[in-house]
Design a protein around this ligand. Sequence first.
Ligand SMILES: [Zn+2]
Length: 441
Amino acid sequence: MLRSTRVITPEGTRAASVAVAGGKITAVLPHRTEVPAGCRLEDLGDDVLLPGLVDTHVHVNDPGRTEWEGFGPATRAAAAGGVTTLIDMPLNSVPPTTTTEALDIKRAVARDRVHVDVGFWGGAVPGNVPHLRPLHEAGVFGFKCFLLHSGVDEFPQLSPAELKDALAEITGFGGLLIVHAEDPHLIEAAPPATGPRYTSFLASRPRAAEDRAIAGLIGLARELDARVHVLHLSSGDALPMIAAARREGVRLTVETCPHFLTLTAEEVPDGATEFKCCPPIREAANQDALWQGLADGVIDCVVSDHSPCTADLKVGDFGQAWGGISSLQLGLPAVWTAARRRGHRLEEVVRWMATAPAQLVGLGHKGAIEPGRDADFAVLAPDETFTVDPAGLHHRNQVTAYAGRTLHGVVRSTWLRGVKIADHGTPTEPTGRLLERQRTV
Ligand SMILES: [Zn+2]
């Protein structure tokens, strides 16, 4: 049993005791409930008990690019940061997850090494339409595709015709397509990024490229009555059209990322390519629009897009450096720090980072503190601060755009199915399981 004066449940925050048996939450009881004989009590005092976060956008890169990241270090970072479930992206690993054979290889590599529960996205690439249904049957949570070069040659983008074919197939079996939405023609027409100036990189990835790609996806989702999810939304300009499409009943969901909500183009120093990602971190005014999108419920989820590489690939030239930001361990404090400054409540952060992502991937037993769900928790001291020291991060290459920042919210401990998996930032043994899409969604 875990007890706190502040337990975040779907009905709000209250003092409660959460009963756990067999890895599940069995009841949310009054705070001063008598503890049954033989039951252990963990009294958390005034620290907040919230559901373990569900991060549906993580690049583990294992096997194949394990010098970039791996199931061990990535899931240790997750556990230390209060994340209890992650869904691994299908690219940057070799092989990419575009066939069931590749999925089997990933699962074999991950098994027994993961500190949190891990599921897998499949990939939609040119020529693999016949593999999509088998991957779906094998339990992937949906399919990722690109509309322009992905950054790695073994995961090519779809042409407009291939996109439509893949989406028709996926819709046929009730699946979900998740899309890196930037229009290739507008990116090609933009001035290429060169040199150490962030303004050059920003100009090479205009908002209009995202806006046009999303407009195309809305049209396709409407035409095929398909479920489409927009990954890592950065352009605030796309929000009105997304809101309109959703009002009309188009089945479109949207995520954004901690870096878009907490970092701005104006503050990126010259040569600081640890801030490079695609689409890019944009101006402060654009960030305000994204926060408004969250407040309005137009953006559903906040997930990390943790995408590390080795330090040597973060060269000082924005045209040459690998694009990706590592934040798996820091997402909760980073988002909470900005959210509280803007007057948002911790309950909202929990909805964006746990409940909504779990719902996106149909994990009905994750993402909330209520009876019947897994006893996955993060224990947070929301008013305490710490300064980010890259040496304290568990992901493989300790490069981070958050180095030196002072953040609110210290994760005291993390619990997976009722067992403590991280204590004051130190992960314990790997007890995570591999997840499959639930059949009864
Ligand atoms: Zn990504």
